[in-house]
Design a protein around this ligand. Sequence first.
Ligand SMILES: *Cc1c(COP(=O)(O)O)cnc(C)c1O
Length: 226
Amino acid sequence: MIKENLEKIWEKIDKAALKSGRSKDDIVLVAVSKTFPVESIVEAIKYGQKIFGENRVQEALSKIEKLKEMKIDAQFHFIGHLQTNKVKYLKENFSIIQSVDRIELAKLINERAKKINYVQDILLQVNIAREPQKSGVLMEHFDDLLEYVVKCENLRLRGLMMIPPLEENPENNRVYFSRMRELFLDLKSKYDIKYLSMGMSDDFEIAIEEGSNMVRIGSAIFGKRK
Ligand SMILES: *Cc1c(COP(=O)(O)O)cnc(C)c1O
């Protein structure tokens, strides 16, 4: 089913992109492979998928290791809440860490990258809907975090990420996607950034219509997670 699912999703991505004056070539698809075995990743790669999203460090590293042994190339983005005690396991495994949301975490990733001599691409995760239980920086702390990360020599800011509230009707989240686009455009006028990561299986078309250029899709590609 992965082949058919990817084809269907690309069709929908293209349609949504056209609505905002773009095409599917302007959108990056991150296939969220968390909880799925490495075999699913290998199959998706066979059908042209290149970037995968994982939300647990150890699970991701084990899959990355297996793919290396199989001599299969793939890129991984880290998209989950990153605990500070897991930063020490990072070793240039993730082409982007999408979930940087606090200075303490940025500081540790920067130190880690410096120690093993690479520059880590990151996105700042914004809690735009101010959900108390959710990760992501609140707007009142955004400027402090931004100012901090752009000074970190071993971090390279590439854009913004957000996870909207759980909603029966994703139309209700359109306003948050739109606010993120405004924040993104403002930032883009000052910094060399590229990605606005928003949109998942149930709302990626709306997110793209509102300006997303990176979607993170799991269940619509790989099926329901257990
Ligand atoms: C799980 C996850 C996704 C994908 O969710 P689906 O609804 O399965 O598409 C996207 N982004 C993040 C941060 C996730 O944790």
